[in-house]
Design a protein. Structure first.
Length: 352
């Protein structure tokens, strides 16, 4: 055998060993990632079709932003509402904040740039395809869709990244998906506070929750206090109703508001507890959840609240009765931004 032939055989052997070694490393890394998720109790995740209009007869679905580690982190995922710990079907659509109703979704996304990130609000159709997009002025924090699917709203931090202190500024926008008309700053609305017209340079508005295609509720902050306000997008007005209400969430029957309330004696960096306000009597009820809540709770039905708390991989979803009874329990691990969807053509038994 010539010297050249021996060198060629040696080179081929080296290349073969390198290929095998690389494959082994990749396989081991993938298996390690799978084992890490299994050891952490991570949920099974699979790709598939996710719709904002589940097929008739399939039961309610729960959509969330999936926080399980892996290639599908941050994707919108679906599970049966009665089996929230079951396998998740991921959509391929990534959102930082998300909500959906009646076949319309709102997805707040980050756009990663070379120097800095920017953000956008994307309106999705029932197949999670983009219908329209708007630039967002800051870090996404809240998102909601009206019961009809005709109106969407979102809030971002223009400065700061937490509601706990006072050094932050928000921007809240509302869009009519029938015309794509946008109110890009609700601070331009006329405010009636305690029965009188009110104007101030320090107002912040966040956390819209819709009653219908015109009426909504939100938080207004001014003068060091927060207020529940009733809004009207037709008259472009905001009217204060109750003090010390943040991130309101309207019950399906339209009678109560779940919200974060700052309680005396709580730590400055963990000031909130979860309460429910009766809109007829303005009576407050503390829920059985005693931990700090920094979320806009969602009503799973007319008697149950769902909200996020810090978890091993970002956030877990928890649930508690809205009437102050019972105890809080974990609903899902590694998930945030829930939305409940009824089957196409079905009527939710707890809707008004």
């Amino acid at each position: 055998m010539t010297r050249s032939a021996r060198l060629l055989i040696l080179l081929a052997a080296v290349l073969l060993l390198g290929t095998v070694g690389t494959g082994a490393v990749i396989y081991a890394a993938n298996r390690s990632g799978e084992r890490d998720q299994e050891q952490a109790g991570g949920p099974p995740v699979r790709t598939g079709t996710v719709s904002l209009r589940p097929g008739s007869g399939d039961g309610r679905e729960l959509l969330v932003r999936n926080l399980a580690w892996g290639p599908h982190r941050d994707e919108i995922a679906a599970v049966p509402a009665d089996r929230p710990d079951g396998p998740r079907t991921v959509s391929g659509v990534k959102c930082l904040r998300f909500h959906a109703a009646a076949g319309t979704g709102i997805c707040l996304q980050a756009v990663h740039g070379a120097l800095e990130d920017t953000y956008r609000a994307v309106v999705l159709d029932s197949h999670l395809r983009e219908l329209h997009r708007y630039p967002a002025a800051g870090i996404p924090t809240r998102a909601r869709v009206s019961p009809s699917g005709h109106m969407v709203a979102w809030t971002v931090f223009v400065s700061g990244d937490s509601y706990a202190g006072t050094n932050f500024s928000t921007r809240t926008a509302i869009v009519d998906t029938r015309t794509w008309a946008i109110d890009d700053n609700l601070e331009t609305y006329s405010v009636t506070k305690d029965g009188r017209p009110y104007r101030a340079s320090d107002t912040n508005i966040w956390g819209v929750t819709f009653a219908d295609d015109h009426r909504f509720y939100a938080t207004l902050a001014t003068g060091g206090h927060t207020y529940l306000v009733r809004g009207d997008s037709t008259s472009r007005t905001l009217t204060t109703l109750h003090r010390n209400v943040e991130c309101p969430s309207l019950s399906p029957d339209g009678t109560r508001i779940a919200y974060k309330k700052r309680v005396p004696g709580a730590p400055a960096d963990a000031p909130w507890r979860l309460y429910v306000l009766d809109l007829r009597t303005m009576a407050e009820t503390a829920t059985a959840e005693k931990r700090d809540i920094d979320d806009q709770a969602l009503w799973a039905d007319n008697s149950t609240l769902v909200y996020s708390l810090p978890g091993d991989y970002g956030s877990d979803l928890w649930t508690v009765p809205a009437d102050g009874t019972g105890t809080a329990r974990r609903l899902m691990t590694s998930a945030v931004a829930p939305a409940y969807l009824a089957p196409d053509g079905a009527t939710d038994p707890d809707s008004p």
